[in-house]
Design a protein around this ligand. Structure first.
Ligand code: SAM
Ligand code: SF4
Length: 330
């Protein structure tokens, strides 16, 4: 078992399998000048499987596959097939931008993968194109419609709320849950955009997002939040689905955080807001034994920051705004 220095059990790994992406959401990465990692800088699938096998023996039971855009990494389905065969891994979830996901859906369902977070920041084609700087709305919308047709899929839509960009989408997006059993999750924008700018003054925090929704629908009905949930969950009277608000920048959920993050190049992060605790790829490639690998992860978790504010204050190298979320995985 991995228990951190604040008594929190860590059972969830968020795995960014690539830093590459076919969109350029402006809150996540700059449009040009990105130095993508070379293939040998990435943890190989063999290295990942060895690591996850070891961590599963320590109680890691849930994996989220993210990126960059995870489906851009070659042979992802072969990797997921082997991953799904690891005994202790009970749940595999995927966060995707939906641009090319549909072509893999049958294979994913056959592997028993049912949990999808689909990122869509606007349901207005023009706004979507402006935010993502790419013309992929039709593909993403088709992905949403197809996934929503599958009752076995646990579908969540991720929408980053950005002042002066997609506020007009909030109400229409909540309405998507009126006759569909899905959850629309509104995420506070965080400063990880890789281009050095972030305006705190105009920021939409979770309170403002909820007030905006309630000003249209009246009082929302609070739902019980699942254990370790980062979202505050609600529904509207007579709606089939629900909506959630993720105080990602306010950081009010840190007390129950059960996550570990692994970047594509092998950096272990024990908090979204830290700048990396150590590089596990390097110790694996230097010949670390299984016991040494596990000990290194345990050691990192034994010195975990209490919350995202402490992790941010302890950053040694970079300000938040210089980091791109595509290398962290959300
Ligand atoms: N490409 C995939 C996608 O977009 O779903 C997976 C990776 S993406 C980095 C994971 C999640 O992080 C997405 O839902 C995205 O909206 C969110 N994200 C990225 N940058 C963010 C930021 N600066 N603030 C809040 N959420 C962000
Ligand atoms: Fe790509 Fe996802 Fe970042 Fe958008 S949020 S640029 S889709 S990695």
């Amino acid at each position: 078992m991995i228990i951190d220095n604040h008594g929190r059990e860590i059972d969830y790994l968020r795995l960014a399998v690539t830093d590459r992406c076919n969109l350029r959401c402006f809150y996540c990465m700059p449009e040009d000048g990105i130095q993508f990692l070379k293939k040998d800088a990435l943890l190989s699938y063999e290295e990942l499987l060895r690591l996850i096998q070891l961590l599963s023996l320590e109680g890691i039971s849930k994996i989220r596959i993210t990126g960059g855009e995870p489906f851009l990494r070659k042979d992802l389905i072969s990797f997921l097939t082997l991953l799904s065969q690891i005994d202790g891994i009970h749940k595999i979830a995927i966060t995707t931008n939906g641009t090319i996901t549909l072509r893999f859906l049958d294979a994913l369902l056959q592997l028993g993968i049912r949990s999808f977070n689909l990122s869509i920041d606007s349901i207005d084609k023009e706004r979507f194109t402006h935010i993502t700087r790419r013309d992929s709305f039709d593909e993403v919308w088709a992905c949403f419609q197809e996934m929503a047709e599958h009752p076995e899929i646990d579908l969540k839509l991720n929408c980053v709320v950005m002042a002066d960009q997609n506020i007009g989408d909030i109400i229409p997006m909540v309405l998507l849950a009126e006759d569909k059993d899905i959850s629309i999750r509104f995420i506070e924008e965080m400063p990880f955009n890789g281009d050095g700018s972030f305006n705190k003054e105009t920021h939409w925090n979770y309170i403002k997002i909820l007030q905006h929704i309630e000003s249209h629908f009246g009082k929302a009905i609070k739902l019980e939040d699942p254990k370790n949930s980062t979202s505050l969950n609600y529904t509207i009277k007579d709606f089939k689905g629900s909506f959630g608000i993720i105080p990602a920048y306010t950081r009010s959920f840190c007390g129950s955080c059960n996550r570990l993050r692994l970047t594509p190049q092998g950096t272990i992060k024990t908090c979204l807001y830290d700048d990396g605790v150590f590089n596990i790829r390097d110790i694996m490639r230097a010949g670390a034994s299984d016991a040494e690998i596990v000990a290194a992860v345990q050691e990192a978790c034994a010195h975990r920051s209490k919350d995202g504010f402490e992790a941010e204050a302890k950053r040694k190298f970079n300000p938040l705004v210089s980091e791109s979320m595509a290398t962290i995985g959300g």
